[in-house]
Design a protein around this ligand. Structure first.
Ligand code: ZN
Length: 399
């Protein structure tokens, strides 16, 4: 039997740490990452913005500390598992005869965290020096929206002092030969609507009742949903991240069959495309106004993401350096807007360049699914890819 690459062993050990929500073992994870920092001879800081939820920050100082830096971000937590649906124990990091490594976090996104570390170890071993400082952040709580993780970290001086020029974070596994590159993401926009109406007996034609108004609200919201779905279907140039999705997710209200409700509450999960960010809320207000009086809403967007990272050739030196590395590695890269949400929303919210990229191709997309796995060859190839990417980005000349 061939001896296992140490990088693979390292990856499997990281998978075995149960950083699974809702009770991640962050203490064991931090210990593990301390060891990695030591091996890499990186400066280490452990920052607990929220007690018990550590962000581990490693730094490799560059030759010119005045230049903007490169951030390599990954989250340490993983989503829960239903072990009865798994072929192997989800934290055993079992490797089968094909080299497929099974475990929660093999795709999302412990693979990427270890690829960064292993690429850096190899770069250092090969004697490479870096012009720019490289920071690695291993952040908690991403799977719960990051409000107690990256959402807090970006507010701290330690983050501001990093002076980041470009941040890299997760993308998706791609089933084809291609790799997806995400240069923006939609704005998560949860909407909580309260519809008040005239109560009364269920046997009457009571005007101004909540049910009627609910009908009008739903017609508008789901009518818009159909419109956006059609727009996506009819234009092959568009991806999911380019349109806005609105979905009715919660309806609450009413007391009993023969009483008209005084209030009905409706929750909408909206994900607003960058092109709709400036106009979507006015549209929503129009729909609610048209449905009658006594309708209020609260929309707690986590951040507004109109800004995207420029990925046009010749216009953003960071992109050119990233793109040149991809060409050197013969990657077929598809540029897209991320349809869901990652920690980069906080980073992009500060106007920092951010790219979402997981160099995983020819791999079924199993993030958050049962039997999540990654083949060791794909994993090892990812290290080669980051080797080229980091080498280019960390040596990007002042511009
Ligand atoms: Zn993730």
């Amino acid at each position: 039997m061939m001896k296992e690459d140490l990088a693979v062993t390292n990856f499997r050990n990281y998978i075995r740490i149960k950083t699974v929500q809702p009770n991640p073992d962050y203490a064991a994870c931090t210990e593990y990452l301390r060891g990695q920092a030591k091996e890499l001879e990186a400066e280490l800081q452990v920052v607990e913005c929220v007690s018990g939820k550590p962000a581990v920050i490693m730094t490799l100082p560059g030759q010119d500390r005045s230049l903007q830096t490169l951030l390599l971000n990954s989250h340490t937590d993983v989503v829960p598992v239903f072990p009865e649906f798994w072929k192997y124990e989800p934290f055993s990091a079992h490797k089968d005869e094909n080299g497929d490594i099974y475990g929660r976090g093999t795709q999302d996104m412990k693979c990427v965290g270890i690829m960064y570390l292993e690429a850096l170890k190899r770069l250092k071993k090969a004697g490479h020096k870096f012009l720019r400082t490289i920071h690695l952040t291993f952040v908690p709580e991403e799977e719960l929206g990051g409000t107690e993780g990256m959402g807090q970290l970006v507010k701290m001086d330690v983050f501001k002092n990093m002076n980041i020029g470009l941040a890299l974070d997760e993308g998706y596994a791609n089933t084809s030969d291609k790799m997806e590159l995400f240069y923006g993401q939609r704005t998560p926009f949860p909407i909580y609507i309260r519809i008040q109406g005239q109560p009364g007996h269920g046997s009457q034609f009571i005007p101004n009742n909540a049910g009627e108004k609910l009908r009008l609200v739903i017609n508008s919201v789901l009518g818009y949903r159909n419109e956006q779905e059609r727009k996506l279907r009819e234009n092959p140039e568009l991806h999911l991240g380019d349109v806005t999705t609105v979905n009715l997710t919660v309806v609450e209200g009413g007391v009993q069959t023969n009483v008209l409700p005084a209030e009905i509450k409706v929750t909408i999960d909206a994900r607003v495309a960058p092109s709709d960010v400036g106009t979507f809320e006015a549209k929503l207000q129009g729909w609610l106004k048209a449905a009658g009086d006594g309708i209020t809403y609260e929309a707690r967007e986590l951040c507004v993401l109109k800004e995207q990272t420029c990925v046009d050739d010749g216009k953003n030196p960071w992109w050119d350096a990233f793109s040149a590395a991809c060409k050197k590695e013969n990657l077929v890269v598809e540029k897209k807007i991320f349809p869901a949400s990652t920690d980069m929303k906080y980073v992009r919210g500060l106007g920092i360049n951010a790219l979402g990229f997981s160099p995983l191709n020819n791999t079924p997309r199993l993030l958050h699914d049962h039997n999540e796995f990654l083949n060791e060859k794909v994993f090892l190839r990812g290290i080669d890819i980051y080797y080229s990417i980091i080498l280019n980005l960390a040596n990007l000349k002042p511009y």
